[in-house]
Design a binder for this molecule. Structure first.
Ligand code: PLP
Length: 446
């Protein structure tokens, strides 16, 4: 069959011949059996990605073909325990019946109409979010960066409208991560992400995370020019660094003293990841606004900016998103939120997180020469290797991937554990056994 010839590779030249040929190939593909399509597209996918997709990602040489719960299978059938979950995204795991039913049902009815119309699923998800948080209002978008962009605009609108402050400064933390758009990469306090993209967006400066003196210095420098502070409750990409209560209470106090707004970036740690519904609950502070993405849709793209009534300053036409809050992504968000808000669900997140860190602490006791620190809350954990250990996060992860355990780096020396929030006690035991084997085998290679 011509179509199968194409998917198996012979059709690439045909694709180049023109639009009509492409259409012909794709329509023939439709009649191929699901199994042959799956196998053929997996084998073709790597080559097509290399040829046609921009080279912005350093990828592992692995093609994941299927998943179930906390397990993934590559195109050779090799099984992996997934302790990455799409970088803290697949909260309910892979092929979740709950998420699947919600999305399939919504897709078969209506998935997108635009925000020109009322979207009941958007209202329902906003209600769940508001009833389970300190927020009063929600704006929906599609990603973490977009949610943080909305937050930056919100800070500027608030300062402009309430204080006539048009050239204010937003403080963020060094080693933070807030996204890759121009404003959010400026907000990101890591120069490695900003290189080549100058000039950065004006109106940002950085303080040391968890450092009250650094915060004090910024307040002395800028005073009431500061219009807001954006912080992660636990820095994820920056090395799994949980916030400290004292620091965040000082931040809250400073903000209140000059009517600046505190925005928490909950993109990585919100929606139950820390064992509490919101990361900032670990810190005893109430933000004026916070941002979500990743776990909110369990892997279906959705982002959100939530704010209290005080910060609810956007008017019609001042912010928008074509896809934001469509019925499909909100159906996914509702399914996730209904699951994650169950106290037993969050209890499991706490217990599995403690289980991971207990095992890591034992590893540290056994190998004090290797392990510098164990950090984390709930199901975001990091193990930091000492600079002179000879262990880099990339080396460790390469070995653990070969051993069937997927992990993700958080900087050069920190290995991050981010399993789906549904992970079981047995799966954590298996993962930690594998991780200990990995450390043992790296030591043997030295
Ligand atoms: C804390 C935080 N904020 C924002 C982002 C950006 O999210 P997205 O990649 O969905 O734009 C990330 C992504 O890793 C993140 O961890």
């Amino acid at each position: 069959m011509e179509g199968l010839g194409f998917v198996a590779g012979a059709g690439r030249i045909e694709l180049r011949r023109g639009r009509r040929e492409v259409k012909k190939c794709s329509s023939v593909r439709m009649v191929a059996s699901v199994d042959s399509l799956a196998v053929a597209s997996v084998s073709q996918g790597k080559a097509d990605t290399q040829q046609y997709v921009m080279n912005t990602y350093g990828r592992y040489d692995i093609t994941i073909a299927e998943g179930k719960g906390c397990l993934l299978y590559d195109d050779t059938g090799k099984e992996y325990l997934d302790f990455v979950s799409g970088i803290a995204t697949c909260a309910l795991g892979h092929a979740s019946p709950i998420l699947n039913n919600a999305v399939v049902e919504q897709m078969s009815k209506l998935h997108h109409v635009s925000n020109l119309f009322y979207i009941p699923q958007q209202g329902e998800l906003a209600k769940i979010l508001v009833e389970n948080s300190v927020a009063d209002k929600v704006f929906f978008c599609n990603s973490g960066a977009e949610a943080n962009e909305a937050a930056i605009k919100l800070l500027r609108k608030y300062a402009s409208e309430k204080h006539g402050n048009e050239n204010g400064v937003i403080l963020t933390a060094k080693q933070s991560f807030h996204g890759r758009t121009l404003a959010t990469v400026t907000a990101t306090g890591q120069t490695k992400y900003q290189k080549h993209f100058s000039p950065m967006v004006p109106g940002f400066d950085y303080v040391e995370y968890n450092n009250i003196d650094s915060l004090q210095a910024a307040f002395e420098k800028y005073g009431n020019k500061i219009i807001g502070i954006i912080l992660e409750a636990c820095q994820g990409e920056g090395g799994v660094v949980p916030g400290e209560k004292e620091f965040f209470m000082a931040v809250r106090e400073f903000c209140d003293s000059i009517d600046a707004l505190l925005v928490m970036d909950e993109v990585q740690v919100g929606v139950g990841r820390t064992g509490k519904l919101w990361g900032f609950e670990n810190l005893g502070v109430v933000p004026d606004a916070f941002t979500l993405a990743k776990g909110l849709g369990g892997g279906v793209p959705i982002g959100a900016l939530l704010c209290t009534e005080k910060a609810n300053v956007f008017g019609p036409g001042e912010h928008a998103s074509t896809f934001g809050g469509n019925a499909l992504s909100c159906a996914a968000g509702i399914a996730v939120m209904q699951t994650v808000t169950d106290p037993d669900f969050l209890q499991n997140v706490q217990e599995r997180g403690d289980q991971i860190r207990d095992r890591l602490e034992k590893l540290k006791e056994q190998h004090p020469e290797l392990v510098a620190d164990i950090r984390g809350w709930g199901l975001i954990s990091g193990v930091e290797f000492k600079p002179d250990s000879g262990f880099t996060s990339v080396d460790v992860i390469k070995e653990s991937t070969a051993n069937g355990l997927l992990l993700v780096p958080a900087g050069p020396s920190v290995v991050r554990f981010l399993p789906p929030l549904i992970v079981s006690e047995e799966e954590v035991t298996m993962a930690m056994n594998k991780f200990e084997e990995v450390v043992g085998s790296l030591l043997d290679q030295e």
